[in-house]
Design a binder for this molecule. Structure first.
Ligand SMILES: N=C(N)NCCC[C@H](NC(=O)[C@@H]1CCC/C1=C\[C@H](COP(=O)(O)O)NC(=O)[C@@H](N)Cc1ccccc1)C(N)=O
Length: 173
């Protein structure tokens, strides 16, 4: 797979995959150092060969993936309320630092995303450890979809922002 926080995206102009690092906004054609190239080559082949041209529009429509997420909402969320909190008043920056703490603990191996999501996620999927089941393109908000589909199974995203709030996403399959 890719080193953490790197994503694979498809260049709209050249229709080929490139590597993107959301936190630094860095993008590059060649894979970042630390990439497990055998696994990545297999992933790219699987992901882009079936659709011929690698642009997303010709992607087989049925492709579904399964992912879990941990959502921390904030005062600017489209629905600042959840099973945990009738009225969510934390700021977006407070939400970000909370989620950064969770991300460090998960990457450090002391806790899993599913365990934290159960008690901490502001999404109703918390009761299932954040598991959203299978979904395809067009089901989720675009930022969430793009981040999820760029993950290899077993990989976790960095912090992803949607109108719902801030998420950590782990692709299951
Ligand atoms: N499986 C699907 N197709 N379910 C429809 C998803 C709708 C989609 N949702 C999102 O994109 C975000 C990312 C993941 C969760 C989510 C938002 C919200 C929380 O944010 P809020 O809406 O208060 O702003 N949780 C949900 O929707 C939950 N039903 C997800 C879920 C819960 C339990 C089991 C399965 C799925 C959207 N297009 O808005």
């Amino acid at each position: 797979g890719l080193p953490p926080n790197w994503e694979i995206r498809v260049s709209k102009t050249r229709g080929i995959p490139y590597y993107f690092h959301p936190q630094t906004q860095e993008s590059r054609w060649e894979s970042p150092p630390g990439t497990d190239s055998e696994k990545l080559k297999a992933y790219i082949a699987a992901k882009f060969s079936s659709s011929g041209a690698s642009d997303q529009s010709s992607k087989p429509q049925g492709e579904k993936i399964r992912a879990a997420h941990l959502l921390v909402k904030h005062e600017g969320s489209r629905r600042p309320s959840s099973w945990k909190d009738a009225e969510i008043t934390r700021t977006k920056e407070e939400a970000r630092s909370i989620l950064q703490g969770y991300e460090e603990r998960i990457r450090g191996g002391s806790v899993t995303l599913a365990e934290l999501a159960k008690t901490e996620s502001d999404c109703s999927s918390a009761r299932k450890g954040g598991d959203l089941g299978y979904f395809g393109r067009g089901d989720m908000q675009k930022e969430f979809e793009d981040a999820s589909f760029a993950l290899l199974p077993g990989e976790m995203s960095g912090i992803v922002e949607t109108a719902s709030g801030l998420h950590l996403i782990e692709r299951i399959s």
